[in-house]
Design a binder for this molecule. Sequence first.
Ligand code: SF4
Ligand code: SF4
Length: 437
Amino acid sequence: MADKAVATALEVLEKQLNRPLATAIEVCARCGICAETCHYYVSEPKLEHVPAYRAEQLRKVYRSKHDFIGRFFPQWVSAQELDENMLERMAEMAFSQCTLCRRCTFNCPMGVDTPLMMRVIRGMATAAGKAPEILEMLADAAIEKGRDPSMFKGLFLEQIAEMEKELQAMVGDSSARITVERPGARVLYVALAGAHTILPPAAIFHAVQEDWTLSIYEAANYGVFLGDTARAKEIAKRIIDEAKQLKVQEVIVAECGHACASLVWDSPTWFGETFPFRMRSIVELFAEYVEQGRLKLDPSANPEPITYHDSCNLARTSGIYREPRTILKAVAQNFREMTPNGLENYCCGGGGGLVALPEYDERRMAAGRPKAEQIRRTGAKIVAAACENCRLQLGDLNNHYELNVEVTALADLIVKAMRLPKRQVETAPKATVPAVS
Ligand code: SF4
Ligand code: SF4
């Protein structure tokens, strides 16, 4: 059994061993600069929190197979054959001590892609049956929904009909609509689970008279967190097929970092095709509305000091860091940057699927300390974040470090600045259990 798990993990490594991965494995100069860039190391400086140390575990295995000297004299080049204990240690490290935030890569003089190596370890562990069960369950539930949407579509439509009434009350207009899978709409909006990611965007779409329709699927993709491309691809395929069938011009992804990165950046590579529609984050679309003057906004509706947490997947992976600021400057009176921010922002500590893994709560809170300190230094009363996982983590950090802030989505701030006649917007969830599935 143990041998089989190891053999399966090694098969995954061999399968994924392309040029970018081989380069990441081979080029490290051992300078140690990456240590200070990682929020785990900043919060608790120890060897196992150094990104290069983590990557070294994969390098050892690689050398035992691919380095001529490593195959015959392993101790000369620090090569090590993979065994079950080592696989379990590597899995634990990749799933609970790396949020795949890419800050180390950004600051590495050689550009070493440590998170790529962590993703590969996650994939090896998943194939060998060593991944956290919750992540597998969430990924498989999403895949099941895609296989037979009729199982949940009726209930979903009922919920949306109720939500439409709330929308009409919220915007004071009985003609406001939430259509679902309407063929020919310009925009297909892919939300997350929960009204809080549907109602505020719906109010904004209504205000600008957007030609939009709602996807029946959620944007979250837990296959990505498992490092399991086959599962991730299947989850993304549901949305891509839906968009093709509806013949939409754009797929707009909810305020969620990994959902945006996986759909916009990973899926064209997974499927090896150029899609007949554009895909982007709703943050980009909101910023466009603001720049085009299509929204009437009153920043005095948000008078309290507000800071913004850049989701790693939006800022570093997707380059979306100017757009949230365009929005915030239009909707808030007192916007304050945290330091560092944008491309250099620290991870909140909840990425990589960590918010869904209660067994690592203590570790997650410790890793979030640099973020909590950043927030505290701003003196802000509100923290905006355009990612569901980040908001869940920030909510937990708020309680744990007694920051006394409110955590909110950008859409909620926009809706507030729209000064609607009646406002019934759910705030972002603060529970540790993710609302996304
Ligand atoms: S900063 Fe880059 S080159 Fe230096 S130790 Fe870290 S991964 Fe290696
Ligand atoms: S990707 Fe982020 S969490 Fe992972 S090792 Fe690099 S800096 Fe640390």
